[in-house]
Write a protein that binds this ligand. Structure first.
Ligand SMILES: *Cc1c(COP(=O)(O)O)cnc(C)c1O
Length: 427
């Protein structure tokens, strides 16, 4: 009955369920392979006739326990873990798209996702139209084509901190007979569960708050099991027609609500192989146990810092949905009543030059290409994560040249503010 538990309990109790005499703590199954007694037993696994472990590229017990926990946290039916958030977003889309298909994506998505969809997947013949997530339903609907297979967005866009109107996006997606995929990395299932608002599939960079200690790079894909793949003829034929690489298995027929995740596991993982190491899944699981405690602290610290920056004379603008004056405050109250995330972006009156001076003057907050871990860190998107974009792309991504992205850690808020304050004095 784990579905009845509150999220704090699920973070501890879901996933690994030891039987009599087994280790209480999730063991690291550091083994590529698994033993069987007869040739026939193993043969059945290769034909998907029976379930069981045989090779870690497809499935591993440590990884599966953590995937099950994340599925439970999101309220989904199944999940698969990947070696990075990038791999998660690639697989989530590639699982239902192929050459000749098209996707629609919010333009404010993470820089890595923007490149993946806008450049790399184009080379595979999958076209992407980027849309303004704040645009009207009619305007977003105009981006759809007969070959559109996916609508994609982030709950809280990294780094523009645009809060997604999930219900609006779900409505548009479903009116066009496509699933809504939401990257829920920044909100985490502690603050928002997109399935409750109509999203069909959720992805994560578990590298961020889920791990929370900057110890491993990882990703996850979770399926709600709600999208009816068979309702649209052979539009999603990879799921609804026979897979010749498994002697004609039809995923929707054989695996029901778990069809999408099963296909991603047994077909994409088999062929492309971006699995996480069991050791990394173990570390991720340790992070997940304290996720609700950390997220609450990240949010309360970020709120205090956002208020401090907002009142500072050298700061021209602060993006943080927790501020009542923020453009996304109302959406955040609806979708994330307990808080959004620990990431703030802001701008100094002195622009790019002042940003560099400020960042170089920080003593505790470190300049790192990372967000969402226990330590306060800072980054300049225009010269770091979004470096490959031109000015127009930067504007569409909600990144101005002077924007500073600040990831608030779980240190004492007074110490964080003191560090920011002394660096602002140097500007
Ligand atoms: C970091 C991030 C990614 C990419 O994840 P990696 O684990 O770095 O590959 C994708 N989406 C969002 C929102 C992110 O913040």
């Amino acid at each position: 009955m784990s579905n009845q538990y509150k999220i704090e309990t699920k973070c501890i109790q879901s996933g690994w369920k030891p039987k009599k005499g087994e280790p209480r703590v999730l063991p690291i199954y550091q083994s590529t392979t698994f033993k069987y007694d007869t040739t026939d037993e193993m043969g059945k696994l290769f034909d998907l006739e029976e379930e069981g472990y045989f090779y870690t590229r497809l499935q591993n017990p440590t990884n599966d326990a953590v995937a099950a926990k994340i599925a439970d946290l999101e309220g989904g039916v199944a999940a698969v873990l990947t070696s990075s958030g990038q791999a998660a977003n690639f697989y989530a889309v590639f699982n239902i798209c192929e050459a000749g298909d098209h996707i629609v994506c919010a333009s404010t998505v993470y820089g890595g996702t923007f490149n993946l969809f806008g450049v790399t997947m184009k080379k595979l013949g999958i076209d992407c139209t980027f849309v303004d997530a704040d645009a009207s339903e009619e305007e977003i609907a105009r981006a759809f084509r007969p070959n559109t297979k996916v609508l994609f967005a982030e709950t809280i866009a990294n780094p523009a901190l645009v809060v997604l109107d999930i219900e609006k996006f779900a409505k548009i997606a479903h009116e066009h007979g496509v699933p809504l995929i939401v990257d829920n990395t920044f909100a985490t299932p502690v603050n928002c569960r997109p399935f409750e608002w109509g999203a069909d599939i959720v992805t994560h960079s578990t590298t961020k708050y889920m791990d929370g200690h900057a110890m491993q790079v990882g990703g996850a894909i979770v399926d709600s099991g709600n999208f009816d793949w068979e309702a649209y003829g052979d539009k999603y034929h990879g799921l609804t027609l026979p897979d010749e690489s498994y002697h004609g298995v039809v995923y929707t027929k054989k695996f029901g609500k778990k069809a999408y995740i099963t296909k991603a596991t047994v077909q994409l993982m088999r062929d492309l192989g971006s699995i996480p190491a069991p050791m990394n899944c173990f570390l991720l699981n340790v992070g997940l146990e304290t996720l609700p405690l950390r997220v609450a602290r990240h949010c309360s610290n970020a709120q205090k810092v956002a208020e401090f920056l907002n009142a500072h004379e050298k700061v021209s603008h602060v993006n943080y949905a927790g501020l009542p004056t923020d453009k996304y405050h109302e959406l955040a109250k609806k979708y994330m009543p307990n808080g959004t995330c620990g990431v703030i972006s802001f701008e100094l009156k002195g622009g790019r030059e002042a940003a560099v001076k400020f960042m170089d003057g920080l003593k505790m907050a470190a300049i790192v290409t990372h967000v969402a871990d226990a330590r306060t860190s800072v980054l300049h998107p225009a010269s770091h994560t979004h470096r490959q974009m031109n000015d127009q792309q930067l504007a569409e991504a909600g990144v101005s040249p002077g924007m500073i992205r600040l990831s608030i850690g779980i240190e004492h808020p007074d110490d964080i503010i003191e560090d920011l304050s002394q660096a602002l004095d140097l500007v």
